[in-house]
Write a protein that binds this ligand. Structure first.
Ligand code: PXP
Length: 246
């Protein structure tokens, strides 16, 4: 397989946190994804802990066999946690409390003072560091200068683009960004908003070696899994019914 697929299981935890139940378990989901062919598992431990919890991350670190990619903000608390946990990869992302999901890429250029020591610290303990950025030249160059080994190109604008011209413009920006990153020795990943419909064009971009996909695959799983789930529920009800006392 030329392109690694990392499944982001955050939204399994979103469902769990909505009720405060022990299920559905993102760890169980991660194992199923790996068994089904995913090359790795991604989670985003947010400061507000809205979905993934620190305990999930600790267990995932133990059980994921492929690449374990932890997304986090470049804060002291998260960097200390990552250095202790030692995931295979850390993807540094911007984080705003009020956002629904990660809205844009990092300002690798403007945040150089904050990011440079963080990248060095994470790399110092053997973690591959990826920076989630837009594909524009200044950000790609800054990522290379900061010492990151990888960039993850933000595909959200491409995914949200409407109309052939806008889609082509966004794809071209990703194409240019991937080429520029590769030329500077960076690994190239991509992610955000990818679906079965829009992923082929991203997978076709030269140099892209990793995709991180979450919301769409968990959403699809809910739908394709419903018939089986209803079947199981009917069986459980029938079991109870059959055991009724006369
Ligand atoms: N890559 C990064 C850096 C992200 O922050 C996210 C969302 O957490 C994703 C990929 C996955 O995006 P989506 O859930 O839209 O597939």
């Amino acid at each position: 397989m030329e392109i690694a697929l990392h499944v982001n299981v955050d939204h399994v935890a979103t469902l769990r946190q909505a009720r405060g139940t022990p299920y559905p378990d993102p760890v169980e989901a991660a194992l199923l994804c790996e068994r089904a062919g995913a090359d790795g598992v991604t989670v985003h431990l947010r400061e507000d802990r809205r979905h993934i919890q620190p305990r999930d991350v600790r267990v995932l670190r133990e059980v994921v066999r492929g690449t374990f990619n932890l997304e986090c903000a470049a804060t002291e608390a998260m960097v200390a946690f990552a250095c202790e946990l030692r995931p295979d990869q850390v993807t540094l992302v911007p984080e705003r409390r009020e956002e629904r999901t990660t809205e844009g890429g990092l300002d690798a250029q403007g945040q150089r003072g904050v990011l440079e020591p963080v990248v060095a610290r994470l790399r110092g303990v053997g973690i591959r560091v990826s920076l989630f950025i837009a594909g524009d030249p200044a950000q790609v160059d800054a990522a290379a200068q900061l010492g990151a080994e990888q960039v993850e190109l933000h595909t959200g604008d491409y995914a949200n683009a409407r109309g052939d011209a806008a889609v082509a413009r966004e794809l071209d920006a990703l194409f240019q960004g991937a080429g520029r990153a590769h030329a500077q020795g960076l690994r190239v990943a991509a992610g955000h908003g990818l679906t079965t419909r829009n992923v082929p064009a991203v997978a076709a971009l030269p140099h892209v070696v990793e995709l991180n996909i979450g919301h769409a695959v968990i959403s699809e799983a809910v739908l394709v899994g419903l018939p089986e789930a209803v079947h199981c529920l009917r069986e459980a009800i029938a079991r109870g019914y059959r055991s009724r006392r006369p």
